[in-house]
Design a protein around this ligand. Structure first.
Ligand code: RTP
Ligand code: MG
Length: 165
């Protein structure tokens, strides 16, 4: 048996074990998906927002800077397509690069929505990410999943299994 073949089999085995391990962790509904939105990226607030996220006890299991095409943004926000702000939202989210990330923690979805605060920064509680970094109800610095089910759908939309650990 050639060395290359043995190495290949070992890598396959390792990849399978890693994926099994990751799925076990994620199966418990312990993940949420976030984006740092274009205006917050443009304002150099990536570091400040990620620090708040890590300080609140979330583990970043996947992260990347990515430019969403209009088509990708439209598809991501398809659930909102009947809402009056849909076109504006799609234009805004495809107007500059974003940071996409998967976050792990117990009770991740609810705890993260608490950390980011209300959609409208004027209503967001003191000390929340939106209170500190959002500029308006539309340009509100961050996205957070609204359910365990959507956290999984949104994470899979942005990341392959080779990009999450
Ligand atoms: P997100 O999904 O981004 O975490 O925000 P959310 O749950 O707090 O708010 P949602 O109702 O899901 O709305 C999605 C995003 O659409 C924009 N929006 N604009 N102009 C408006 O009245 C309005 N309302 C919502 C915001 O960017 C919001 O985060
Ligand atoms: Mg939402």
């Amino acid at each position: 048996m050639g060395i290359k073949k043995v190495e290949g089999e070992m890598l396959d085995h390792e990849n399978k074990m890693m994926e099994k391990f990751r799925k076990e962790r994620e199966n418990k509904g312990n993940i949420t998906f976030t984006m740092i939105k274009p205006e917050a990226v443009a304002a150099n607030n990536i570091g400040g927002i990620l620090k708040m996220i890590e300080d609140a006890g979330f583990r970043i299991s996947a992260i990347k800077k990515v430019f969403l095409s209009k088509e990708r943004a439209a598809s991501f926000y398809e659930v909102h397509k009947e809402r009056p702000f849909y076109a504006e939202l799609v234009d805004y989210m495809s107007g500059g690069p974003i940071i996409a990330a998967i976050l792990e923690k117990n009770n991740a979805v609810a705890d993260f929505r608490k950390l980011i605060g209300s959609t409208n920064p004027e209503e967001a509680a003191e000390g929340t990410i939106r209170k500190i970094y959002a500029t308006s109800v539309g340009e509100n610095a961050v996205h957070g999943s609204d359910s365990d089910e959507n956290a999984i759908i949104e994470s899979n939309f942005h990341f392959s299994s080779e990009e999450r650990f």
